[in-house]
Design a protein around this ligand. Sequence first.
Ligand SMILES: C=CC1=C(C)c2cc3[nH]c(cc4nc(cc5[nH]c(cc1n2)c(C)c5CCC(=O)O)C(CCC(=O)O)=C4C)c(C)c3C=C
Ligand SMILES: [Fe+2]
Length: 470
Amino acid sequence: MEAAAASLSGSNIFHRNYRFSRSIIRSRYIASGSRYFSNSDLNTQNHSVFKGPNLSNVQIQKRNLRLQTNCALGVCTFPENVMESHHSHVVEEKLGVLLLNLGGPETLNDVQPFLYNLFADPDIIRLPRLLRFLQRPLAKLISVLRAPKSKEGYAAIGGGSPLRKITDEQADALRMALEAKNVRANVYVGMRYWFPFTEEAIEQIKRDRITKLVVLPLYPQFSISTTGSSIRVLQHIFKGDAYLSRLPVSVILSWYQRQGYINSMADLIEKELGKFAKPEEVMIFFSAHGVPVSYVEEAGDPYKDQMEECIYLIMQELKARGIGNDHTLAYQSRVGPVQWLKPYTDEVLVEIGQKGVKSLLAVPISFVSEHIETLEEIDMEYKHLALESGIKNWGRVPALGCNSLFISDLADAVVEALPLAKALSASTENDEEAEYDPLRYLVKMFFGSILAFLLLLTPRVLLAFRNSLF
Ligand SMILES: C=CC1=C(C)c2cc3[nH]c(cc4nc(cc5[nH]c(cc1n2)c(C)c5CCC(=O)O)C(CCC(=O)O)=C4C)c(C)c3C=C
Ligand SMILES: [Fe+2]
């Protein structure tokens, strides 16, 4: 199955071929306390997702000039397909907007099953094809091993993730912002790893008989591990469903370059800088969520390019306001024994502290809600580390949340995406889709668990995991 991603700007700045490999989807049931829930698992092959451009600074600057005039929006519409009309009467249009997000555990008991869902995602732990059968046993093992550390983090921020509440508030604010622009829409929230799951949101969309859908992931920059993973789930839900495959859909792949978003980030930074005694001496420290290097270098994840471009645009906006502070970008939240994008936030904080930087403003940049990585990792761990390393004045820019300029810009993005909505191919071919076979599943789980344990007991893996997981 293939979907094309093209810009809305009229020029083809972001035209890319976005190929999702054929995947297998199976329903599974996982115990969560006394409750059982179903979730989708994707077994993907050939991650040839998004060949991201490798841009030099000059190229980025040239592209930015075009972006500023075009205000481009990366939009993916499902492949060209004329929606068949079986009725001669005109159907009243009912617009839906689906906000995609990661989801987070609401209680400490949710932490381990939430982590299981996350690590069972082949877009998060990307195993070679031959080792795919280890995905779930490994997910089980890693989630059990990591849960105590994660629980500590969630306990420190009040016993659970605020993500669901904030995303619901953003959905409400977006509905109202659309209404203010004379666009009536139902806004749904679909989470990738916790409630309300994307599957539940889609069920509601079907019940509401939505006739046009805009999909808006709440990640400004595209990554295989975030937007890519959520869209893959959507594609599987849509495939084989008669109603959904005829529903005109437009997917906004990334929106970090939108002027409204850039301006609202610049507003927040300017406001926080104003709280320092000597604002011009403050280093602006962008801390982005990391991804493993292999995502970018092997799978073509455009995340790093988009992140650099995003920061360039914010700094340009600040410069235009007469703010010329030093700035830097580092990557946080690495997990596991592989190489992640560098430089690492914790290392850079120590370095710049030792070099004599005295005032620092941390700017979380990958995400638009407060969550564990802002409230615990940045506000507690990194702040502590920075102060220990010689930084005297610490500040942190809040996440955008329901900032009205930001939400209004998202509403504009939705309006701009509407005319591009197209239906998914009605194809329901299942050639590579395996039927769910409980016996096969149990056998795989059994042997996979044994192999996963053996692998984990090798000294190299043990050492790497001890250092990075717990
Ligand atoms: C193991 C690989 C991970 C990748 C790759 C990854 C990418 C990635 N994640 C976010 C945003 C969020 N991550 C959150 C939680 C979270 N993420 C990972 C791992 C990877 N993330 C773990 C293990 C966890 C659980 C928390 C923990 O144990 O540290 C969350 C939810 C936070 C909450 O409040 O619940 C968000 C949001 C981005 C943007 C990203 C790639 C660009
Ligand atoms: Fe994450």
